[in-house]
Ligand binder design. Sequence first.
Ligand SMILES: Nc1ncnc2c1ncn2[C@@H]1O[C@H](COP(=O)(O)OP(=O)(O)O)[C@@H](O)[C@H]1O
Ligand SMILES: [Mg+2]
Length: 504
Amino acid sequence: MSFILEAKNLKKSFDGVVALSDANFTLNQGEICGLVGANGSGKTTFARIISGLIRPDSGLLYLYGSQIHLKSHLEAEKLEISMVHQNLSLIPEMTVWENINLGREFTTSLGILKKEEALIKASQALQELKVNISLYDKVSQLAPSEKQLLEIVKALSRHPKILILDEPTASLGFKQVEILFEKLNQLKKDRVSVIFISHRIWEITKICDRLVVFRNGKTVGEVDFHQQPRDEKLIIPLITGKKENEKEKSIHEKRPFRNFDTHQTILEVDNLSKKEKLYNISFKIRKGEIVGLGGLNGQGQEEILLILSGYLKKTSGKIMLNNKEVLIKNPSQAIERGIFLVPGDRQKEGLFLNHNVFTNLIYPQVALKKQKFLLPLNALFQTVSTAIQTVSLVPPDPRKLVSHLSGGNQQKVVIGKWLSLSPKILLLNDPTKGVDVETRRNLYKIIADLSNQGVSVLLYASDNEELIANCDRVLIVFEGQIVEEICGDDICEENLIACSLRVQ
Ligand SMILES: Nc1ncnc2c1ncn2[C@@H]1O[C@H](COP(=O)(O)OP(=O)(O)O)[C@@H](O)[C@H]1O
Ligand SMILES: [Mg+2]
């Protein structure tokens, strides 16, 4: 059988950083092939080569059995290859319909835009994925999940023969993922071939026919689900390169039950409301407790975190720390009180990407220092080295530019920078979104260690598995209200989904 696409011995380096050292890949017609690997294993680089955005240093690429040399993205599009980009390829200042049609303007032979045709096409494309946004909205105004869906719609509207999806589900809720999967299955029936990149192994085992594993830029394994079971346990050792250890706990193993009823209440939120977003939110968090915010995406969970961290103003309600009402009108007031946010978009909000690890880690200390004197350098070095160790940064190098770190390690820097300021409450906004299995494990351990040291944690996660693995208690948010509280052993996938969907 000949492959629709085949890549042999692809190599690619960026200024000495090896992204791919020996990537091999095959794709059959009408199959969904997963591509997995830790952060930095070369998946995106591979996808960009296949879609003509970058050229490999060496290696061979075949399409329908013939060798091809993709010189540009346009050339790949002509060969009916489309890609859904991990970092999205939308233009924020343009509208939804303009973005969908970007790069293939509907023009007459005289160069006049056939706007009506473009609008109809865009509207059809949105409907196909049941995306409920206006054609005239500016992309910058859309929610992250809407942007992601639009990015998918844009790729689909090109009716590709080969569709590459680079972590398309990271910011989607599970209902949206279901719609996407329905669409992918339909594409499969239409003999379209799909490369599906995801960190969510359960998505891979659900949707894919086969999967290929990359490790450090090399193809290290393949699992064909027609012959092998759809089992996470087979895949994770391939990704990590470690032999499955019987005793090693699954990262999604449930946190053992801990009862905090008699512990000191650190944070109390009483009847918190935000116009059109949140209604009478009340809850308590006790010292060292890890409380989750669950529910479908976009039900107000992020707004709760943003109000508590001073980025968003509440309309009414009280916030109490150690039984005393406090005002949190801006982020500095939250920070002064030991409440720190690890933001959702770490690249935009949490880091100075063009600075090194050292600068990022000492920034809060320096910024909070009221007097103008510099802090003693050796104390700063000590802070940085402790933080690097605590979060197990890879590589443990303070001189490394943050933009050169993998997503998971960038996230570790965001958490690390708060550690020197002795956090009382850590607010985590979907901290492992787009982070590989190994780094997730590290982050879960950091969360557990902090909790054992008495830090209270409020965690919003778009993955139910993450709530199960970390939380002592989960509050389900639905349309701006807390509709359910799940504790201890009741925190399981079925309960979380049932409560999120409001089914009993
Ligand atoms: N444009 C680039 N410049 C420098 N290094 C890069 C660039 N793109 C990727 N890399 C590096 O190549 C490696 C593979 O990255 P990537 O393909 O993004 O991996 P993945 O998608 O599996 O997380 C990483 O070490 C990354 O830092
Ligand atoms: Mg990637």
